[in-house]
Write a protein that binds this ligand. Structure first.
Ligand SMILES: Cc1ncc(COP(=O)(O)O)c(C=O)c1O
Length: 421
C-alpha cells in the first residue's frame, strides 16, 4: 500500500479538512531545494517548508554538527542545569540581535515563543504591582495556535470556536501612510479606557495575512507611543527573523527596538523544532527577586534541547557567511527583475517585496480555501514547484541557496499559471 493510503488510517493533519482533502503528498526525501515524493516527483520548495529551511534541506554543515552533538549530549532538563550549546547560542544571538536584547528564554515553536512573550509582558506589570489586563495587536496579524497567540491573532478564519475564551485584545489597523493620525487617535482612546500591558506585532510584514507589507514610519510611531505609555512591545519575528527582510531581523529596519522578540522557524533551519523569546534587561529585572513567585513559571520539557541549539548555532554561522549574504542580495535583485516583467500583466493587481519575500496579488476574487486557489496549487505541483497561494496572493519565500535556474523556473510557472485563472 502506498504511504498516501497508509497515512489515511490514523493520521490527522494540521489545517486540513480531511473530507475535502483526503490525499496528502507522501514525501520520501528532501535535499537542498528539492522535495521528492513517493512516486519520484520532484518539487522546488519555493516557500522553504513554511519559511524554515533557508539553507536548503538536509544541509550537511548543519546535520553533521547535530550528528556530532548526538554523541555528546542529547537532552537534559534546562531547569537547574545548563550546557554549552545553549550558552554558545545565547552568545551568538546576542551578537546579532538588536542591541537592547539581553536575555533569552527557550521554548519549542512559534506559538509558544509568542505565548511566553505575552506572559512576560503581563507578569512584568504584575510584578511591579501594576496589573494590566489588555493587549494591543494589529487587525490581520497571525501569531500562532495556542490560546494567547490566537487571542492576539486577528485572522478569524482560524479562531471561530475559541473566541469567547480569549484574552481581551484591542485592535488597530496596520499603518499605510495615510491613516497615521487615525491610528494615533485610536491608540489614545484605547489607553484612556484600558490598562494595556503589551503590543504584539509582526514587524513590517504580516505572513499569514498573505504577506501584507505595511508602513515602517507608521510602525515607528506606534512603537514610540507604546514606549511613552509603558506598553511592552513584542516583535513576533517568527517568520521575518534570520535574513528574510534583507537584514538579520525586521526590527533592525526600525529605530525603536522592541522590548521582547519571538523567534523560531529559520532559527534551526528546519532541522529541529525550537523557539526563543528574547528580552531586554529591564524586562528580566522585573522578575529578578528574592521572592520565588516573581519568577517566570513557564517551562517546556524540551527547552534548550542541545541538538536544536547546535542546529541553531550552525544556522546562524551560515547566515553570516559571505556566500549566504551574497545569495540573499541576488534573490532580492532577481525578484526585482521578475517584478518588472510581471507587474503589468492584466491578471496581476499588485505586487510587493521586502528582502527575499515576494508577493503577487491576483486580479481575481478568490476564497482563502476555495476551488480556484486549489486549482492554482495543483498547477504548481504538477509543474514541479511547491507554492501555497494564500487566497488570491501568490508568494515566494525560497531558500537562500536556491539556484538561479530553480528561481527562474518558479517565476516561469507563476507566469504560466496566470493563463489558467
Ligand atoms: C509570524 C508568526 N508567528 C507565529 C507563528 C506560529 O508558529 P508555529 O507554527 O511554529 O507555532 C507563525 C507561523 O506561521 C508565524 O508566521
Amino acid at each position: 500500500m502506498s504511504l498516501q493510503n497508509r497515512d489515511k488510517k490514523h493520521l490527522w493533519h494540521p489545517l486540513t479538512q480531511h473530507k475535502l482533502q483526503p490525499n496528502s503528498i507522501a514525501v520520501v526525501k528532501a535535499k537542498d531545494c528539492i522535495i521528492t515524493d513517493e512516486n519520484g516527483n520532484e518539487y522546488i520548495d519555493a516557500i522553504s517548508s513554511w519559511y524554515t529551511c533557508m539553507y536548503g534541506h538536509c544541509n550537511p554543515f548543519i546535520t553533521n554538527r547535530v550528528a556530532a552533538q548526538m554523541q555528546q549530549l542529547d537532552q537534559v532538563v534546562f531547569s537547574g542545569f545548563t550546557h554549552e550549546p545553549a550558552i554558545q547560542l545565547s552568545e551568538a544571538l546576542i551578537a546579532i540581535l538588536p542591541e537592547n536584547q539581553n536575555k533569552i528564554f527557550f521554548s519549542d515553536n512559534g506559538s509558544t515563543a509568542v505565548e511566553v512573550g505575552i506572559k512576560m509582558a503581563l507578569q512584568y506589570h504584575f510584578n511591579r504591582a501594576e496589573k494590566r489586563n489588555v493587549l494591543l495587536a494589529f487587525e490581520d496579524g497571525f501569531h500562532g495556535d495556542t490560546f494567547g497567540a490566537m487571542s492576539v491573532s486577528g485572522l478569524s478564519v482560524y479562531n471561530g470556536p475559541f473566541e469567547e475564551f480569549f484574552i481581551d485584545v484591542k485592535r488597530i489597523p496596520t499603518p499605510n501612510g495615510n491613516n497615521h493620525e487615525a491610528i494615533l487617535q485610536k491608540l489614545q482612546a484605547i489607553v484612556s479606557t484600558n490598562k494595556v500591558a503589551g503590543f504584539v506585532y509582526e514587524p513590517l510584514v504580516q505572513g499569514a495575512a498573505a504577506m501584507k507589507m505595511y508602513d515602517a514610519d507608521g510602525l515607528e510611531m506606534i512603537l514610540k507611543f507604546c514606549k511613552i505609555n509603558n506598553i511592552i512591545t513584542i516583535a513576533d519575528e517568527v517568520m521575518t527573523g534570520f535574513g528574510k527582510t534583507g537584514k538579520h531581523f525586521a526590527s533592525l529596519h526600525l529605530d525603536t527596538k522592541p522590548d521582547i522578540m519571538c523567534l523560531s522557524k529559520a532559527l534551526t533551519a528546519g532541522l529541529m523544532p525550537m523557539a526563543l523569546t528574547t528580552c531586554t534587561q529591564a524586562i528580566y529585572n522585573a522578575f529578578y527577586s528574592d521572592n520565588m513567585s516573581m519568577a517566570l513559571f513557564h517551562g517546556h520539557t524540551y527547552s534548550a534541547n542541545p541538538l536544536a541549539c547546535v542546529a541553531a548555532l550552525a544556522s546562524i554561522e551560515l547566515l553570516q557567511t559571505e556566500i549566504i549574504q551574497h545569495s540573499i542580495q541576488s534573490i532580492i535583485a532577481s525578484h526585482q527583475a521578475f517584478d518588472k516583467r510581471i507587474k503589468l500583466h492584466p491578471k496581476v493587481k499588485s505586487t510587493r517585496q521586502i528582502g527575499i519575500i515576494y508577493a503577487l496579488e491576483l486580479n481575481v476574487e478568490m476564497e482563502r480555501y476555495g476551488d480556484l486557489r486549489n486549482k492554482l496549487f495543483n498547477f504548481y505541483m504538477e509543474n514541479g514547484v511547491f507554492l501555497r497561494p494564500l487566497g488570491s496572493t501568490i508568494y515566494i519565500q525560497a531558500p537562500y541557496v536556491i539556484t538561479p535556474q530553480q528561481l527562474e523556473k518558479v517565476y516561469a510557472v507563476i507566469e504560466e499559471s496566470l493563463s489558467i485563472i
